[in-house]
Design a protein around this ligand. Sequence first.
Ligand code: NCD
Ligand code: ZN
Ligand code: ZN
Ligand code: ZN
Length: 412
Amino acid sequence: MILFKNVQIPQAEKWLKSDILIEHGRFEELSPNIDRSIVKKGEVVDAEGGFLLPALIDPHVHVREPGFDHKENWETCSKAALKGGFCTIFDMPNNKVPVVDSITLLEKKKIALKKSYVDFGLYIALTDENIEEIMKEEVQCEICGVKVYLAHTTGGLIVKSENALLNVFRQPKPVLIHTGGVQGLERILYFYEKASIQVPSLPILYICHVSTDEEVKLIKKYKKKFPNIFAEATPHHLFLNKSNYTHYNSVLPHLAQIEDSESLWNGIAEGVLNVIGTDHAPHTLDEKKGKNPPSGFPGLETALPLLFEACLDGRIKPTDLLHLTSITARSLFGIGEGEILKGRRADCVLLKEGNFLIGEDGYVTKCGWSPFNGRKIKYRPVMTITGGTTAYRSGKFYKRDISFLTMHSIKR
Ligand code: NCD
Ligand code: ZN
Ligand code: ZN
Ligand code: ZN
């Protein structure tokens, strides 16, 4: 049993002061004055007016293990997730040996089940040849989606075959696209539209890391015709732009102009961009500072403080924040709604106020750096609860049974 005294929770477009009782893994009672004496076994947490949000879900994470364990592994990545307020991560398939069949998929699942501190799901990558493999029941049962790389990035998985790009929309799982820019976006929209003539109910088309105004406009146009198109924004494309570029912070897609970032914020307000994915893509600082630096930023530990402050500053509405970081991804991937309501599974994160600097308490991600290092933040996550029990609190991690999520396995 956990009783939070004096927290603020999101309610419509406002923040509501309340106490919250968690019992049997669920939110049991939400009301202004819950008596401390009812907690016989468990603990009372005085939140001192801190904010309690649904724990976040990140549909775009590169855990790196197996193969690139020197950058990150399941333990360090899932701990970074918990520290950042995430209770669930979905892992991308661009490992050293890419995840393109049931053997590589099951090998990764085995490692993750042993080592992960958070619930997780796995993607498989589309190749020119593996659509039949992806369609197999034994693969469909294990994946939360299919990742399609249309352009170069870490891992070198690029799909060229037109048949593959058409047939991927004949399978039911969400299809996630690394477009490589507006041309790739146009290309996949062409195939999606073409598939719509033959396939009665198209799968979700999820556009990863949208970064430019041009892409926002194109997605806005197509969303009117295809409501199953969803688009992702990353914290680094929202909060950084070309002027923040230093020698080691290259990322794909590249940081764009400040006007592009503004367009992403507007896209969020207009419902064109629907999900925040951190695109947590750790590389070591030595790699980043060396010749031919790989692209990618770590992001799990910094997303929530940045977004939450944008919310308090009025850049995003509280309901939009919840949709972007939890509700929408949960509904796209079929894992329940994730709100702080009586009877719901208790996955939540407590944010406390202070004068903090990003990175002053170190990093849990194995790569140990952040492009946001040294930024001032007013709130940071201090406690993450998953399934009603404390998984992270003030620098300490607690392992519990975790769930492997596939799209039709879990309804909470
Ligand atoms: C990602 C990585 O390193 O795996 N890099 C990146 O710059 N975003 C791959 C990707 O998401 O494209
Ligand atoms: Zn099945
Ligand atoms: Zn990508
Ligand atoms: Zn990525």
